[in-house]
Design a protein around this ligand. Structure first.
Ligand code: ATP
Length: 453
């Protein structure tokens, strides 16, 4: 079997996502809305598993981080002070021939002549800034005084609540504030499926520290975040830490890494880890006139803390998880003939459904009752799926295709009809090796809970 090309692989992934209910186009029945996506029943489980794991590692697993959940709409002054209103823009060029709007870096330059990559036209406008924030109005009147924006990142809510959270949590430096939530950017060119969307979710940590700790903590968080990706099943070989060169870095940052992943469409950013100095808090302190200083009880000094920010995209990581998990191998069909098997090899902790439960035959009341009792037994511990329709091999394939790591089959041995010693045992099938083992029903919950943790 020859390996599919990257473009073919991506096509298959997109089609699987739709066919099995991971991701649908937003507003599909009306022709969609570019850059917006809906997660279906399996996609939402995968996304939740990722966010929950991030929260458990970054917040619950640590003494030095607390969480928050900020509003999407904030006072416009926030976006003025943060610099987003003036500078959060991409320079854009319009092609007067085909009317395409292009990011300046997409324009082709041949012998100093600028050319449209769509139509080859040479009649292009000068670059103009295009603000990526969605503007909206708050309240009944639509005038200058009611303007605000849908937040283009979650981080600013953390900065403007820094003082409140410092007071209520009584944390000492270094400590962090974490948040997961929606962000919106009017991307000029949404592309590569969910990779570049106009509405997406971020998982951000602002880790506040003393100035002298900044560079060391930047390296610390880079390592922590790389470990995180490995722990959700992204292979280290496909992850790259790119040190962002001075000329590409924001002027206030003393050091930034992009964590990149080898997607089928190329190496692209999953997360940015940036040492942002004291820029954000200082800006808000200046603009609001409110002190955002930290008082160090030991040295009796007051100062504005510095911050290291690991900022990850939920949707990009979900896409990386699916790309990483997608594989094709061969397995025998009912008649023993080899056929292509599509498998999503998710780490069990990320898999949307942890265990499929199947009675061997759907028209045998005893098998069905036993299988349903196992569903009730396992449901409090994990997300399970009951399936009685079709040949057992087909049912396994359906679960393989959505990445369910375990399958439990209730057969005649379970009923003790052939061998009394096997009564109340089931076959437990492993998705990746397709090996089956005989397990006591009474051991199932503990055994599987251990394997999916
Ligand atoms: P890019 O250069 O790819 O536009 P960025 O450097 O502007 O990304 P950041 O502002 O650092 O991104 O945002 C942090 C994270 O938020 C990114 O690493 C990414 O995972 C996610 N993110 C940013 N923009 C988008 C988007 N349009 N769609 C999906 N995720 C996004």
């Amino acid at each position: 079997m020859s390996a599919p090309s990257n473009a073919e692989r991506m096509e298959k992934i997109v089609s699987l996502c739709k066919r099995r209910g991971f991701v649908f186009q937003s507003s599909e029945i009306y022709g969609g809305l570019n850059g917006c996506w809906d997660y279906g029943p399996l996609g939402v489980e995968l996304k939740r598993n990722l966010k929950n794991y991030w929260w458990s590692v970054m917040v619950h697993g640590r003494d030095d981080v607390v969480g928050m959940d900020g509003s999407i709409l904030m006072n416009r002054a926030v976006w003025k002070a943060s610099g987003h209103e003036d500078t959060f823009s991409d320079p854009m060029v319009d092609c007067r021939t085909c009317k395409a709007r292009l990011r300046t870096d997409q324009v082709i330059e041949k012998k100093d002549v600028r050319q449209c990559p769509n139509c080859g036209g040479k009649d292009l406008t000068e670059p103009r800034p295009f603000n990526l924030m969605f503007k909206t109005y708050v309240g009944a009147t639509e005038d200058e005084s009611s303007i605000t924006y849908l937040r283009p990142e979650t981080a600013q809510a953390i900065f403007v609540q820094f003082k409140n959270i410092l007071e209520v949590s009584r944390k000492k430096l270094p400590f962090g504030i974490a948040q997961i939530g929606k962000a919106f950017r009017n991307e000029i060119n949404p592309r590569n499926f969910t990779f570049r969307s106009r509405e997406f979710e971020q998982m951000e940590l602002e880790y506040f520290c003393r100035a002298e700790e900044g560079m060391k903590l930047l390296d610390y968080w880079l390592e922590e975040r790389l470990k995180f990706y490995e722990n959700i099943g992204i292979s280290r070989e496909k992850l790259h830490a790119r040190k962002v060169p001075d000329e590409e870095r924001a002027f206030y940052s003393k050091g930034t890494y992009d964590i990149e992943y080898d997607f089928p469409f190329g190496r692209q950013e999953l997360e940015g880890v940036a040492y942002r100095t004291d820029y954000d808090l200082s800006q808000h302190q200046k603009a609001s006139g409110k002190s955002l200083e930290y008082f160090d009880e030991e040295t009796k000094q007051r100062f504005v803390p510095h911050v290291v920010e690991p900022s990850a995209g939920v949707d990009r990581t979900v896409l990386a998880l699916i790309c990483e998990a997608y594989s094709e191998d061969e397995a025998p069909d009912e008649k023993g003939k080899m056929e292509t098997r599509v498998v999503l090899r998710f780490r069990p902790r990320m898999a949307p459904i942890k265990c499929g439960i199947f009675p061997l035959l759907k028209n045998n009341a005893q098998l069905v009752a036993k299988a349903k009792a196992i569903v009730d037994l396992l449901r409090p511990h994990m997300n399970v799926f009951y399936d009685e329709s079709g040949a057992i091999g087909r049912r396994y394939r359906r679960q393989d295709e959505i990445g369910t790591p375990f399958g439990v089959t209730v057969d005649f041995e379970t009923l003790g009809e052939r061998d009394a010693a096997l009564r109340d045992t089931v076959t437990l099938r492993d998705r990746d090796s397709m090996r089956q083992e005989r397990v006591k029903i009474s051991d199932l919950a503990q055994l599987l809970s251990g394997r999916v943790a």
